[in-house]
Design a protein around this ligand. Structure first.
Ligand SMILES: *[C@@H]1O[C@H](CO)[C@@H](O)[C@H](O)[C@H]1NC(C)=O
Ligand SMILES: *[C@@H]1O[C@H](CO)[C@@H](O)[C@H](O)[C@H]1NC(C)=O
Length: 296
């Protein structure tokens, strides 16, 4: 009987380990994805246009790091015309850009299967499509932000370097910016369809938020719909950068937090129950052995 129990326990533990979503999945390279809940019907004209849009992404990345597409490229037909962009991080060479966009294409097809609109942010590129034009439209909606572990409280130099790097991302007119000071590295980028003023406006929001939320942390990122800013601190023992693996991993981290709290509560409750049982037992024994000195 006890052998059966042990076997069952082992089986359950194995099942839990196997089901752990942190084991590598084909989607572990993306940072976040947003898909419209509204779906088109398979075999529709929209689907045909979407497929041709995604294949134009791949055939054009050899030349450039950003491009917008409208399919079909004539008078817009609501419900059928698809608008899309891809963009690579500003320092990517054409081969790396092409590789990233191909991977993003494959993933958005799975993640946003049949969705009217989709957005997929990877570490070094993004792809986006929609059934209405979003080119040149400002959108500062917060998509994702996260800070790494706190800096050592007395590391003034480190905090100064972080402040320098975040600050340097805020100046300049380029849509792609990098900053560095010692072991601190920062990157910021706008979507290629924003004007210089729109880009600055978007980055001001992202950088302001990064500074106020993560200025004391060993890394962090803020992703708005049309721009992002992030930084990391290298060479520290603690986890340097927040995880860039997307919403799934993030929510799992939260689950772990809840799990820990739950475990602590269960532990305390169990301890109290054991104490009550023990005291009751002691009382019973005492009543039984009332003659004995130590109970009087
Ligand atoms: C895009 O798709 C949504 C969801 O089906 C629909 O409500 C909207 O009218 C569409 N927009 C255009 C321009 O076709
Ligand atoms: C879209 O792409 C065309 C040509 O590739 C370009 O001329 C145009 O400025 C782009 N539009 C925006 C808003 O970026």
């Amino acid at each position: 009987m006890s052998k059966t129990k042990t076997t069952l326990l082992c089986f359950l533990l194995t099942a839990v380990i196997l089901m752990n979503p942190s084991s590598s999945t084909p989607t572990d390279n993306y940072i976040y994805a947003v898909c419209s809940p509204a779906k088109f019907s398979p075999g529709s004209g929209y689907e045909t246009n979407l497929n041709s849009l995604l294949s134009s992404f791949v055939s054009s990345t050899v030349q450039i790091r950003y491009a917008n597409f409208t399919v079909p490229n004539k008078k817009p037909e609501p419900g059928v015309t698809v608008y899309g962009v891809f963009q690579c991080r500003g320092d990517l060479d054409p081969t790396a850009c092409s590789t990233c966009v191909s991977r993003a294409n494959a993933q958005i097809g799975t993640l946003c299967s049949n969705s009217y609109s989709g957005f997929l942010m990877m570490d070094s590129c993004l792809v986006q499509y929609d059934n209405s034009s979003f080119f040149g439209v400002q959108d500062k909606t917060l998509r994702l932000n996260k800070c790494g572990q706190a800096m050592e409280f007395n590391d003034q130099d480190g905090l100064t370097r972080i402040s320098d790097v975040i600050g340097s991302l805020g100046s300049g007119s380029q849509p792609y910016r990098t900053g560095g000071n010692g072991n601190v590295q920062g990157v910021a980028q706008c979507m290629g369809d924003l004007s210089t003023a729109q880009c600055q406006d978007c980055l001001s929001d992202a950088i302001g938020r990064l500074k106020s939320d993560c200025g004391m942390a060993q890394g962090g990122y803020v992703y708005l719909s049309k721009c992002y800013a992030r930084f990391s601190v290298a060479g520290s023992h603690a986890r340097q950068t927040p995880n860039y693996e997307g919403e799934k991993k993030d929510s799992k981290d939260d689950d772990n937090g809840v799990g820990k709290t739950l475990a602590i509560i269960i532990g305390i409750v169990t301890l109290i129950i054991l104490l009550v049982v023990f005291l009751a037992f002691l009382g019973k024994q005492c009543r039984k052995l009332q003659d004995e000195k130590w109970c009087k």
